[in-house]
Write a protein that binds this ligand. Structure first.
Ligand SMILES: [Zn+2]
Ligand SMILES: [Zn+2]
Length: 276
């Protein structure tokens, strides 16, 4: 089985830097058709949580505050209607983890019929992991990695999430600490994720970023595999044409680390299916 459990519904033709959100049944259908063409059996929609006004009180970074002006209901309704029509779709959300705001996050998202929640770390103390103002510029590479992986472990332990998005996003610009620190951070993160019983996604998105490799790195993926952490597959598509992009390499990356099953997420539960 091939799943793609990370995508953002957008209209084609948005100008660079200005994304045109499309929370309609037509968007769901466009992505479903693209998935079929790409050989993907099931997709999950995971819009960014910070677009939705219902979550406004969680955000302080200007990037998130500026985007926080849409309503959750049309997004949820479009995907739920797709499910009702029998399309192979799941209702997810990409949720930024805000340390210290776990209970509030849980309460805000509780009323909706999620199949799964994807945990992400894009900002820490309003400094960006993958964009300006960058954490790495403020504190250096080693400290950025320490803080990122500590937050990833806390996100796993929070119980908020079913799976973790782009688990080593902090490598996006290609900077890395020395091998000793990297190995320790990987081991600690993998321990926390395994104990929490959370899945991780393998994402092709990193291949199209400066680091030019999937998330997570092979060594981190082996650390997850060694502790029995289950996986999902992800393109992080922001256009229908990118649904399923690079998943053949993601599957090979998973197999090389020893995986032979993929996680199907449904109604906040998990099961394993044969990979590929
Ligand atoms: Zn993300
Ligand atoms: Zn995303």
């Amino acid at each position: 089985m091939i799943v793609d459990y990370h995508m953002h519904p957008r209209r084609p033709g948005g100008s660079p830097g200005v994304e045109d959100l499309d929370h309609t049944l037509e968007a769901v259908e466009r992505y479903v058709e693209a998935a079929a063409r790409a050989g993907v059996d099931e997709i999950g929609f995971t819009e960014h949580v910070y677009y939705f006004r219902e979550t406004r009180r969680l955000w302080t970074a200007p990037y998130q505050v500026d985007r926080c002006r849409f309503e959750l209901e049309p997004y949820v309704d479009a995907v739920v209607e797709g499910k009702r029509r029998g399309y192979p779709v799941k209702l997810g959300l990409e949720v930024d983890f805000v340390p210290g705001r776990e209970e509030e996050t849980r309460a805000l998202l509780e009323p909706y019929p999620w199949d799964y929640l994807l945990g992400s770390i894009h900002f820490l103390d309003d400094l960006g992991i993958d964009g300006p103002p960058r954490l790495v510029d403020a504190v250096g590479v080693d400290e950025a990695w320490r803080r990122y992986f500590a937050a990833l472990a806390a996100a796993a332990r929070s119980g908020l999430f079913d799976s973790l998005a782009h688990p080593d996003l902090v490598k996006i610009f290609g900077d890395r600490p020395d091998a000793g620190l990297t190995t320790r951070l990987y081991a600690d993160a993998a321990d926390a994720v395994a104990e929490a019983g959370v899945a991780v996604e393998i994402s092709s998105a990193g291949e199209y970023k400066p680091v030019a490799e999937p998330y997570p790195a092979a060594a981190l993926l082996r650390a997850f595999r060694g502790r029995g952490v289950p996986i999902t597959l992800a393109s992080d598509a922001h256009l229908a044409e990118n649904v399923g992009r690079g998943l053949e390499r993601v599957v090979a990356h998973a197999r090389a680390a020893g995986y032979d099953t993929v996680t199907v997420l449904e109604g906040r539960g998990k099961r394993q299916e044969p990979l590929g």
